[in-house]
Design a protein around this ligand. Structure first.
Ligand code: ADP
Ligand code: MG
Length: 342
């Protein structure tokens, strides 16, 4: 140890993870894939186990002045299930660790676990353990998930090849737009507590923020259609950031078309109403928990008419060229902002 002190902000979240990961090598042959994908991949004979974790911290990831605890519990599980989906796996077990201050009542914890139970029911996973401890102030909830799939069926961020087609499920930007609505309503409410929040009008976007779904349905459908993506990641940090992960890990470039980016019409209108550019929300917003994946050209036909999958661009050979073709035909470099917590 030296006296040197470097601010974490100089590295950012991804730089920090790279720094941590460079200090470790995998020693067990069962550890097939460690840090760097949506879940770790562990050898289990004919199958692989998929292991991932995600932590939500009050004041950083959620604000309890507008986040119902049921929804928070649901979201904590869905975010983990989404990472197993992104590996093309099936989630089966979760463990839940939480730190909770005495500010919370038993009823509040009941509500949190009601949401966790709802997600367990929906995604057919079992709560099999966890840890409970006191916290000096806020609430911290950490969910870990174990999933599995047949060996060879797992999909990494690194498999995209020249000419593969980039696809995304559902629509993007909604969760970020929902967050902006909630934040602004909160300010209005704080300024005048007699004002009632106007959330009904923006139900779709607010729902996307508070209670996002993991797209296991897409994983099952792709399997039914006989399509195995060549690479995949879930959209938790924003489309641009996830595209850069695919590019970096696959050592290939991405080219996407702005006018192909799926945005819900209601969310679009809400963004405009709030003076936000809907495309910026879709590219950099995050927390949509949709799936971004690439497919072989040969599979395009099978997904072409899928109502909930949009083809947004292509993979090409040059990993230094990650570009967005705007509606006007301009070619602009993609920039990944991701989430800046530090
Ligand atoms: P995701 O958004 O899919 O949850 P993250 O961006 O959080 O993925 O993490 C990227 C990768 O870095 C994952 O493989 C994750 O397991 C790993 N990772 C993140 N934080 C740490 C940490 N503190 N120690 C070790 N690995 C980490
Ligand atoms: Mg992920």
């Amino acid at each position: 140890m030296t006296d040197k002190r470097t601010d974490i902000s100089t590295l950012g979240e991804f730089g920090l993870i790279d720094r941590i990961s460079s200090g470790f090598t995998l020693r067990n042959t069962s550890s097939l894939r460690g840090i760097g994908d949506d879940a770790a991949v562990i050898d289990a004979g004919e199958e692989v186990m998929l292991l991932s974790t995600d932590m939500l911290v009050e004041g950083i990831h959620f604000d309890l002045s507008y986040t119902p605890l049921q929804h928070l519990g649901y979201k904590a599980v869905a975010a983990n299930v989404s990472d197993i989906a992104a590996m093309n796996g099936k989630p089966e077990q979760i463990i839940v660790a939480m730190a909770v201050s005495n500010r919370f009542s038993v009823e509040a914890i009941d509500a949190l676990f009601e949401g966790i139970r709802a997600a367990c029911d929906e995604y057919k996973v079992d709560l099999v353990g966890g840890d409970t401890t006191a916290s000096p102030a806020g609430l911290v909830i950490n969910v870990s998930v174990l999933g599995r799939t047949k060996k060879g069926n797992e999909v990494y961020r690194s498999g995209a090849k020249d000419n593969d087609v980039l696809c995304v499920s559902g629509d993007l930007g909604g969760a970020y737009i929902g967050l902006q609505i909630l934040e602004r309503e909160k300010e209005v409410f704080l300024a005048n507590p007699n004002m009632q929040p106007e959330l009904d009008k923006h139900e779709y976007a607010v729902g996307r923020q508070l209670r996002p779904k993991a797209r296991m349905d897409i994983i099952y459908e792709l399997a039914d259609l006989g399509v195995k993506p060549t690479s995949m990641i879930d959209v938790s940090d924003g489309l641009a950031s996830e595209l850069m992960h695919i590019s970096k890990n696959s050592k290939a470039g991405v080219r996407i078309f702005e006018d192909k980016i799926p945005i819900d019409q209601d969310a679009f209108n809400t963004a405009v109403e709030f003076n936000l550019d809907p495309f910026t929300c879709a590219l950099n917003g995050g927390e949509d928990y949709e799936l971004l994946f690439t497919i072989h050209q040969a599979d395009v036909e099978k997904l072409k008419n899928h109502s909930d999958i949009q083809m947004i661009g292509y993979i090409h050979a040059d990993p230094t060229q990650n570009v967005l073709i705007t509606k006007n035909g301009n070619v602009v470099p993609l920039k990944a902002q991701g989430w800046v917590h530090f």
